[in-house]
Design a protein around this ligand. Sequence first.
Ligand code: ITT
Length: 195
Amino acid sequence: MRIVIATQNPNKVREFAEILGSCAELVPLPPSMPKAPETGETFMENARQKALFYASRVGDPVLADDSGLVVPALGGAPGVRSARYAGAGADDQLNNQKLVQALRDKGLRQAEAWFACAIVVAHRDRVLVEVESKVDGLVHDEPRGEQGFGYDPLFSPQGESRRFAEMSAREKHLFSHRALAVRELQTRWPALTAK
Ligand code: ITT
């Protein structure tokens, strides 16, 4: 089926393509599309906002992802502000630097953390399905690895000493919040499963 991947983050587009493979024909957002509002206090609220915003502007069903890293020892930061933790327009490197500093300021070399991913599929003015998944692990005060994006150099999933950024895409998707959420989505919404 044709589905619009309603994100302006090219790394998310790449990961959805890797995870979904031939299960769907993925269509990117038109380049001229304005950025959707993200004023919610939860990943799910934001995913819903984005899905409905873009679904009202394109014809096909859209899939929106709101995701981020939650560190309870830092009061839940970066949380729903993951993309803009070091300020509006901050890049991954600045966000990572701020997170490392926040851990060190607390005297922590590492802390328990999880990545969360909420996915909402909407068509026109209607939400069709919504799911949320997470992966538990540790966040560390020094980056490692070159793969992936975002906070991947700082995060190791439970039971693994390697960071996401030290894994191939295929290995990351064995653990990742996004891959888990897609698997759940396919269970709840079989239209997204290869025939
Ligand atoms: P859209 O809203 O257009 O989808 P965005 O990047 O602003 O793009 P979010 O608001 O959901 O998306 O912010 C997600 C941020 O969380 C992202 O920029 C990364 O910093 C981080 N993040 C999410 N998933 C991640 C992953 O798999 N690995 C590393 N960091 C991730």
